[in-house]
Design a protein around this ligand. Structure first.
Ligand SMILES: [Zn+2]
Length: 244
């Protein structure tokens, strides 16, 4: 396709209840048929041959309004879920969302100031720099936070457990599929993303992994111990599922 040959004009279409009106761009191209596209940013584009009359194009779109509205809704929903690394966008920390305030500086830094994140980066328009700064901040907080939670969780176990096992070393990693894991040697790995969740979630994952010290698989013995130590573990598990 030769881009320089495509001419764009903007039109507007309405669905029946007018609640989902959208603009669409008509791109005149060297092609034989018309095609309707809803792009990732939820914008709508009609690609049409140069010779097709405007009213034909409008008719073409109007016949497909329902489809467009449905597509746009799912794109918009997806867009809303993707965290944006720009001024004012809100990011989670221990279950609460706080806006980012971005400013320029030679050295990247992140400060959490009770009700917002103050982030300094070289280029405030560079989402990648902001993302990297924020992630390294989560990492810098993670070790202390998880150790503190581990200490609190370990204390909820019965005396025999505390006598039998020592508190494990915690490794922090960004993981796609798991919130935590426990090796047969008793090393516990926690997902960095738990920093974004309420404390109840990190406590659940830590307690779950500690139970594996006594019962390596998810058998009856495992759940017996887990339920004794953390009676509301099911609610916490649901909360993690909801938030992830
Ligand atoms: Zn497990």
């Amino acid at each position: 396709m030769n881009m320089s040959e495509s001419m764009a004009t903007v039109e507007q279409a309405f669905d029946i209840d007018k609640s989902a009106s959208f603009d669409y761009v008509i791109k005149r191209q060297r092609r034989k048929t018309m095609a309707l596209h809803v792009l990732d940013d939820a914008s709508v584009e009609v690609r049409a041959p140069k010779w097709v009359a405007k009213k034909e194009i409008v008719k073409f779109v109007e016949q497909r309004i329902e489809w467009v509205v449905k597509q746009r809704r799912s794109r918009i929903k997806k867009l809303a879920q993707v965290p944006q690394f720009a001024n004012g966008h809100r990011h989670y920390y221990l279950g609460e969302r706080y806006p980012l305030a971005i400013s320029m500086a030679n050295r990247a830094s992140v400060n959490f100031l009770d009700d917002h994140f103050l982030i300094k980066v070289r280029d405030p328009d560079n989402a990648e720099q902001i993302q990297r700064a924020l992630e390294s901040w989560y990492r810098s907080q993670a070790k202390d936070y998880f150790e503190q939670r581990l200490f609190a969780c370990f204390e909820t176990f019965p005396d025999w457990f505390q006598d039998k096992y020592i508190m494990p070393e915690i490794t922090v990693r960004k993981m796609r599929r798991r919130w935590g894991s426990c090796s047969s040697k008793g090393e516990v790995t926690l997902n960095l993303m738990l920093m974004k969740m309420p404390i109840a979630c990190a406590d659940y994952v830590i307690t779950h992994e500690l139970c594996h010290f006594e019962a390596f698989h998810h058998g009856a013995e495992f759940y017996q111990l887990l339920s004794a130590v953390m009676p509301d573990w099911k609610e916490r598990e649901l909360l993690i599922e909801e938030l992830s």
